[in-house]
Design a protein around this ligand. Structure first.
Ligand code: AMP
Length: 355
């Protein structure tokens, strides 16, 4: 166990989107500095960070200079190239660790890991050709979903198969990328657990939230989720099991389908998660501070919930509703400072305290 980072130390964050922005704000509340590494110009996190490096993930010299300027490295997205991680890890620990990244970067590795822990996932099979797909359909059946194994998010890189006749079109939608066929889960609703693990191995989970997606993108998270006491316990225990198995340090989002037969793990995200934004106004210590505490080697904070909250994402033109939302009672706005509102682009969110 290494010593906790002292205030004034610098936390390096890979990725400068809204998650990096909110991590930077939380870090500075604890007296840390942040250094953002982001290939794109003028990212949301740059407005609130102490330092920004604008460079690509294959710029090894820029990565080495970034690593030399920070005390610990974390990230806001999971698709960091392996070569970049090699350079960074030569000088500082990356938290959460490489294994967590490797497992979550690849849907098949992820499902192999989760089922290996005894957890339930949708039935799945690797698909690299039309032959594979026909065999997978014969085993799993339809309806089913074909997903690229890597680089999918917000429902991108996915094709639904209502019947086996949809096989050709679904495979074409993968554009030649390796894929995985998943059986379609007849779930009643979707929930997620935001869980944290400290450097000392202690685990703290937030109350599970219930998620509603629109067009594959998270629309709302409602806390508390509709779960029986035993389902709630199961959800928290399985999240803790995942964190322990990975020797994880930081915050993770675990997405679950609720079915009559039990909880099915959809996917894990080794980072702060959109479905955990409610914690900013529902808990003394939110997911962003919790993540910073964990990666800095501090004790985890109190994540118990003091209010019922509904988080609504403001996507694209939803941003036009901000003047009206700003007049609402018990509504906390969190805007990301993005100049241009494009369809499907997350511009901000509002946490409405309902009790
Ligand atoms: P993903 O990118 O894997 O999180 O999928 C995005 C959304 O598609 C999920 O939140 C679900 O609403 C839906 N979905 C994904 N996989 C399945 C599945 N195997 N069965 C039913 N719905 C799914």
């Amino acid at each position: 166990m290494t010593d906790p980072l002292p205030t004034g130390a610098t936390i390096g964050i890979l990725g400068g989107g809204q998650l990096g922005r909110m991590l930077s704000v939380a870090a500075s509340r604890l007296g840390f500095r942040t250094h953002i590494y982001e290939p794109g110009a003028n990212p949301p996190a740059a407005h609130v960070a102490h330092r920004v490096t604008t460079a690509a993930y294959d710029d090894l010299a820029a990565l080495a200079a970034f690593a030399a300027s920070v005390d610990v490295i974390t990230y806001e997205f999971e698709n960091i190239p392996t070569a970049a991680l090699d350079v960074l890890e030569a000088s500082h620990p990356i938290r959460p660790n490489r294994r967590a990244l490797a497992v979550s970067q690849d849907r098949i590795a992820e499902k192999d890991f989760l089922t290996g822990l005894g957890l339930t996932c949708a039935p799945y099979a690797a698909v690299n050709s039309l032959d594979d797909l026909h065999q997978a359909i014969a085993r799993i059946g339809t309806p089913a979903i074909l997903k690229t194994t890597r680089l999918g998010y917000d429902g991108k890189g996915q094709a639904r198969l209502k019947t086996p006749a949809d096989a050709d079109a679904a495979l074409a939608a993968m554009h030649g990328a390796p894929a995985v066929l998943e059986g379609f889960i007849d779930f009643s609703h979707e929930v997620s657990v935001i869980a944290a693990r400290g450097l000392d191995g202690s685990v703290a989970c937030y109350d599970p939230g219930e998620n509603v997606h629109k067009d594959g993108i998270l629309s709302t998270t409602t806390i508390p989720a509709r779960l029986s006491p035993s389902q709630r316990t199961d959800a928290i225990l399985l999240a803790a099991r995942i964190l322990n198995a990975l020797d994880y340090v930081g915050v993770m989002g675990v997405e679950l389908f609720v079915t009559r037969a039990g909880l099915i793990v959809n996917e894990i995200a080794p980072r702060v998660h959109n479905s955990g934004h409610w914690t900013q106004n529902g808990c003394a210590v939110d997911q962003f501070e919790q993540h910073i505490r964990a990666v800095a080697g501090w004790p985890l904070g109190d994540g118990s919930r003091h209010a019922d909250v509904v988080m609504e994402n403001l996507i694209g033109d939803d941003i036009l509703r901000v003047p009206a939302i700003a007049r609402e009672k018990n509504a906390a706005l969190h805007l990301y400072g993005k100049a241009e509102a494009r369809p499907g682009r997350k511009m901000g969110h509002v946490n409405r305290i309902v009790k």
